[in-house]
Design a protein around this ligand. Sequence first.
Ligand SMILES: [Zn+2]
Ligand SMILES: [Zn+2]
Length: 328
Amino acid sequence: MGGAVHVRREKNGKVQPCHARRNAQTCPHGQHMSCTDRHHADDLRLGEPLCPDCYDYDGSVLFNAISPELWRRFTLALRRRFARLNGLTVKALREQVTIAFAKVAEYQRRGVVHFHAVIRLDGPNGPNSPPPAWATADALADAVQHAAAAVTAEIKPLSRTFRWGIQLDVRRITMNGDLTEQAVAAYIAKYATKAAECVGTLDRRIQPLDNLDALPVRDHARRLIAACMRLGEDADLADLRLTHWAHMLGFRGHFSTKSRSYSTTLGELWAARERFVHTEEVTHGRLPLFDEDTILVVTHWQYAGQGQSAGDALLAAAITGTSSGGHP
Ligand SMILES: [Zn+2]
Ligand SMILES: [Zn+2]
């Protein structure tokens, strides 16, 4: 989805050239589709397209808008697969196993969300009952891989189909207590190593009369917002509420670079991480950070290390998005 963006890649601790292409093409807008820079981590061009005029801005915001549906279908497909792997119907599975999900959405620099999820197996009565012995983390991992590859969500009026990207990272983790958003936040706090960086959008709704040219954002964010506003005019896409969520680049979640709630939230997150570093008590704690139905949006975090497997059938999955069909 989208098109080539400036990236920072490291190999054996050395920063690699961004897009070094021998025989690089020149795009229809006269842009040489190559970049040999070794970008610094603070380079503002990171995540921005090599050619903005080639970049699929519509696809980016449409993916953000459809991603909650794609997620919902993913959870259904995962249950179906997990049931089949164990020779059960979905209904029979439910009588023996609870599969619980919690997720956070994260903006990549290019302004497309991806999800980090914690998926947990319990017995039929939830966290107070152990899962049956056959309900293993390996089978769950198989179901995650299968479901992530299988599900699609279509935006019919535009004949565009969206699916998860090929980047899927599944690992076992250990987490005690209920799988609440708070617990997931604690998990993230445990693994997040990098301060949140903002995609550079606004922390307020865009109004129809706003002059987009005057918004204090970089051109990449401006184009994403403009795509939302333009597609939002399409009555066939009304369900996606793209105008309403233009400041979120199409995604329906909480995101703010400046508001008190956001800074409090992230402040708590980092404080939690600090506490974890010192006492490791966060994995057991329930941080009063979020409402149950809040999708926490952070703009950047990464794993500091791998969780220890302690027999808990618990997985963390990170999945990214892509699209196919319809426009390029
Ligand atoms: Zn570059
Ligand atoms: Zn171009």
